[in-house]
Design a protein around this ligand. Structure first.
Ligand code: HAM
Length: 526
């Protein structure tokens, strides 16, 4: 018999198991309580969205969009996308057999378009009909060249073939496969999309939303870095960009961290300017970086042209001294941004929030303006950012909505919980309260009934489904970590009383149902 394949969680994903899952639930529940006390409300956007939404919001030059997104098309178009990719990437053909394959690819693609239209995945419109005709006619011409080439054993129609190849590439690339979708790498873009779609700008006051859920990035897995990870995020959208909003959001974040015992943290803040002052600064930075280009690593060299701000994020040791000498954004903010940043710092002081300014905090996503911040925590190694966020005034507009200001953050739950656990501050969560140790068929109905009543009273109860020997039953109660064993045998049924045994010290009491419920409930309330 061949050995059966053992399935394992996919690289970069993991199971969150009990008892850790209880800690996770408590962590998330505490966030809900704290955020709702600041009048934030839950939003649950979908886990996948149009790829274009993330590309436009986060920026095509970012690592997240450029390398890390899980994107796909409706599975029925997989074949079409594969052939489209193949044909649109061919630059030239110089071997007769390759020409044969090319001709087949053209006709496969024409068939895929036809089938896509018939199945309703592609619009039944003039451009798609024209594409099919074009692919078929290109195929016929390629076939003719192939026959000629084979027959004469001489290749004299290079230029004609090059033109056909290039025309085929353009035709293939022009096939629109409808929505390409992506598993969300973050949720700010989704929240903005939702804000626009549901006309939330007409709601009174600022719109304050929070979300809890999984995000997906194809990053290299390591401690604190996963491909499916979890965020708790909050966003404020509306007409005001008052620095008091930024400060209140930070206050809420730190109140939450304190509540869950995540105290060994540092808050870093910065302002990266707005569309008035940042472009000039970026240009200045680019000029300075060009002067030292040869001393920089390959990533930073590329970023000089694509996104020079990201060079400031570099952790490469040999770049640190160079970066320290670069011009700083704080010296190049326009008056409005300087004023905004100064007021933010005043507002933080007012709330007794300690922070460090970090002029290199530019963040990895393109939508930020003005305030950016990050919180790091101890015990996490290199992946020590437990929260990141900032202002994104203008993002809603970029996505086709009305002029809107925005600010928010996302906490990386995996890392935050890891830091709490490593700090030894994770509080013990209530586990199993009562194990019902019943013996004898006569006591079983009473055991079923009392288990239900205790559960209704909010206690966690384990009722063994089959009769067990007394000693074995109590042994299991112990192993399961139950606080109490509720003993129910012939004596108890006859006397209409329960024996409650506290497993920590073996103290035992005989109680009526009423007394039992009273006692356990008052214990649960603490
Ligand atoms: P972000 O900095 O990309 O910001 O992610 C926020 C947090 O998510 C990080 O600080 C980190 O704790 C966690 N995180 C990110 N990637 C991973 C990963 N691969 N594994 C584990 N944890 C990870 C955003 O996502 C923005 N949407 C935040 C925001 C909200 N800005 C404004 N509003």
């Amino acid at each position: 018999m061949p050995e059966k394949k053992q399935f394992r969680a996919i690289k970069g994903t993991r199971d969150i198991l009990p008892p850790d899952s209880s800690l996770w639930n408590w962590f998330e529940q505490t966030a809900r309580e704290v955020f709702e006390s600041y009048n934030f409300r839950d939003i649950r956007p979908p886990i996948f969205e149009e790829t274009e939404l993330f590309a436009r919001s986060i920026g095509v030059e970012t690592d997240v969009v450029g390398k890390e997104m899980y994107s796909f098309v409706a599975s029925d178009l997989d074949q079409l996308v594969a052939w489209r990719g193949y044909i649109s990437n061919i630059r030239e053909i110089r071997v007769p057999d390759a020409l044969d394959v090319f001709q087949s690819a053209l006709s496969y693609l024409a068939v895929q378009v036809l089938q896509g239209v018939r199945a309703g995945y592609l619009p039944d419109d003039e451009p798609n009909r024209a594409i099919q005709v074009k692919l078929n006619s290109l195929g016929a011409k390629v076939s003719e060249i192939y026959v000629d080439w084979k027959r004469s054993d001489k290749f004299g129609r290079k230029q004609e073939l090059d033109e056909l190849v290039s025309e085929a590439a353009t035709t293939a690339a022009s096939i629109r496969v409808g929505d390409e979708i992506t598993l969300r790498p973050e949720a700010t873009a989704s929240v903005c999309r939702s804000y626009i779609e549901h006309g939330m700008h007409t709601l009174p006051g600022n719109v304050k939303l929070y979300y809890i859920g999984p995000m997906f990035r194809r990053e290299r897995p390591q401690k604190g870095r996963y491909r499916q990870f979890y965020q708790i995020g909050a966003e404020v959208l509306g007409q005001s960009d008052a620095p008091a909003i930024d400060a209140e959001v930070l206050e809420m974040l730190l109140v939450f961290f304190r509540r869950v015992g995540l105290t060994r943290t540092t808050l870093y803040v910065n302002s990266i300017g707005d569309k008035e002052c940042r472009p000039q600064y970026v240009e200045l930075l680019r000029e300075e970086l060009r002067k030292v280009k040869d001393e920089l690593g390959a990533d930073s060299q590329r970023r000089i042209e694509t996104n020079p701000l990201r060079v400031l994020d570099s952790k490469l040791p040999q770049e640190q001294a160079i970066i320290e000498k670069l011009p700083r954004i704080s010296d190049h903010l326009c008056d409005a941004c300087r004023e905004h940043f100064a007021t933010l710092k005043y507002e933080l002081k007012l709330r007794n929030i300690s922070y460090e300014e970090n002029w290199r905090l530019v963040r990895g996503l393109d939508y930020y303006t003005r305030t950016t911040f990050e919180v790091t925590a101890e015990g996490l190694g290199s992946q020590n950012a437990v929260c990141g966020g900032g202002r994104y005034d203008g993002l809603v507009e970029l996505l086709g909505g009305p002029p809107t200001k925005g600010i928010g953050f996302a906490i990386g739950s995996d890392r935050a919980i890891l830091s709490i656990q490593e700090g030894g501050e994770a509080r013990a969560l209530p586990g199993l309260s009562v194990y019902v140790a019943w013996m004898g068929a006569a006591s079983y109905p009473a055991a079923v009934a009392i288990a239900r009543k205790l559960r209704e009273a909010g206690l966690s109860v384990e009722l063994p489904p089959e009769e067990m020997k007394f000693k074995k039953s109590l042994g299991l109660a112990d192993k399961l970590g139950a606080r109490y064993a509720l003993i129910l045998g012939e004596d108890e049924v006859a006397s209409n009383k329960f024996t409650l045994k506290r497993l920590a010290d073996a103290e035992q009491n005989k109680l009526s149902e009423y007394e039992l419920l009273e006692y356990l409930e008052s214990e649960r309330r603490g």
